[in-house]
Ligand binder design. Structure first.
Ligand SMILES: C[S@@+](CC[C@H](N)C(=O)[O-])C[C@H]1O[C@@H](n2cnc3c(N)ncnc32)[C@H](O)[C@@H]1O
Length: 243
């Protein structure tokens, strides 16, 4: 008998495991700030997966109750740090699997004294589904998610209908999902899968204007230098139409 609903089996993950070697400043940042910012969660069968019964008390983890923002794939924290700093009234939970990038994030958070962020070093697709109560997330950020160009890799794309099911479940009514990508085919794929998805509304009816608080990150700069256009999207959690 299969004890889990099928969509919680995520053998296909949206990231590549890379070397976890850190440079000296990353190692120092990790040692100095891990305790302050990293939230440990019980693991599943992979080092990046999360146990099905894992729970986090976010009020205790932040030491206060506040609206929850989640970022998945925060990289080196280029967007996370300034955007969280600009939202001091929110508790921001970032998921990133690449430890050297997490270490850079910790250094940045520590140096700037940004206290409203906690980082989970694990698969954020699982994290969103397992670590948050339904309807408890006020905003979700997925910026420059890995594009997985080849058709046979499309199943690894973070943005898709399985993930959208979890987003709809976890976002609070009226909550926002903000996305950005510099890959047109992935941007179109997002529209194809999310426009008209039950429980989501495309706030701008098409592409969103660039989010003013979102800084230009390394990934965005690379895309722009290569002549690509950056696409922003914003979806709102709405009641699904009744049959
Ligand atoms: C192309 S980078 C973009 C980083 C960042 N959002 C930015 O704009 O600078 C994508 C990042 O997402 C991370 N990632 C991909 N899938 C993830 C997942 N399911 N959970 C956590 N991190 C993930 C990768 O490790 C990588 O660091």
């Amino acid at each position: 008998m299969d004890p889990l609903p099928p969509r919680l089996h995520r053998d296909v993950v949206s990231f590549v495991r890379r070397s976890t070697r850190m440079n000296e400043s990353q190692m120092k940042a990790w040692e100095r700030y891990e305790k302050a910012f990293v939230v440990d969660v019980p693991r599943g069968d992979m080092s990046t997966s999360i146990a099905d019964d894992a729970r986090v008390d976010w009020v205790a983890a932040f030491g206060r109750e506040a609206p929850l923002i989640v970022e998945i794939g925060s990289g080196a924290g280029d967007s996370l740090a300034p955007m969280a700093e600009g939202r001091p009234d929110a508790n921001v939970v970032a998921f990133e699997v690449f430890e050297p990038a997490v270490a850079s994030t910790l250094g940045r958070l520590g140096r700037h004294g940004i206290g409203n962020v906690r980082v989970v070093v694990a698969d954020g697709a699982q994290g969103l589904a397992k670590l948050f109560d339904d309807g408890s997330v006020s905003e979700l950020w997925t910026f420059f998610a890995d594009p997985w160009h080849k058709k046979r890799h499309h199943k690894r794309r973070l943005v898709g209908t399985d993930f959208a099911d979890a987003v709809v479940a976890k976002l609070a009514p009226g909550g926002l999902w903000r996305l950005a990508t510099d890959w047109e085919d992935y941007a179109l794929w997002m529209r194809e899968h999310l426009d008209g998805f039950a429980g989501l509304e495309n706030v701008h009816g098409g592409w969103a204007p660039r989010l003013a608080e979102r800084p230009v990150t390394k990934y965005e700069r690379k895309g722009l230098e290569a002549g690509r256009v950056v696409f922003d999207l914003t979806y709102r959690r709405v009641d699904a139409p009744q049959d």
